[in-house]
Ligand binder design. Structure first.
Ligand SMILES: [Cu+2]
Length: 168
């Protein structure tokens, strides 16, 4: 079961519990009752809720934070400098490792180009502009190994269609 599924199920349970409490309160709202017994019951429920949070909520939070994407990203960035030219791409790294974040630093030596990253099925997975005088940063995690392609997404002249680079 993925972290997202666990989170969704826990959130749904919490929402349904709150809805049940709200409906119960609404149903009992017109009843006249002595305060003291109600207070004892409410304090018991509050204590149970507190210990549920400590014993279930705390370990669950720790477990969910173990896959924090920010710490994974900070651990080992792979950097690829990409420059667009009329009409080719220059990448200073030809191979990257799947499952680890790749930081692309994208620029252009002449005119505006579009840096489009495609998977083997031809689906666009990430993109940014390649602009002269600017370095645009794009971080992407290649989920699966394979041959990815960089295509130009902005018409930049006669041989624009030929601007294809491969990242095996
Ligand atoms: Cu182009």
């Amino acid at each position: 079961m993925s972290v997202q599924t666990v989170s969704a199920v826990l959130s749904l349970l919490a929402i349904l519990s709150l809805a049940a409490v709200a409906l119960r309160v609404r149903a009992l709202a017109h009843e006249r009752r002595d305060y003291a017994p109600v207070q004892i019951g409410a304090y018991r429920i509050r204590a149970i809720g507190f210990w549920l949070l400590v014993l279930v909520g705390l370990p669950t939070s720790v477990w969910l934070f173990r896959a924090n994407p920010y710490t994974v990203q900070a651990a080992a960035p792979q950097v690829v400098n990409a420059t667009g030219y009329q009409w080719y791409w220059e990448l200073d790294t030809s191979q990257v490792t799947a499952g680890r974040p790749v930081k692309f630093r994208v620029t252009s030596a002449d005119v505006n180009h579009g840096f489009g990253l495609y998977d083997e099925a031809g689906t666009l997975v990430a993109q940014t502009q390649a602009m002269p005088g600017y370095i645009n940063r794009l971080t992407h995690v290649f989920e699966a190994p394979g041959t990815y392609r960089v295509l130009c997404l902005e018409y930049c002249g006669l041989v624009h269609h030929n601007m294809i680079a491969e990242i095996p």
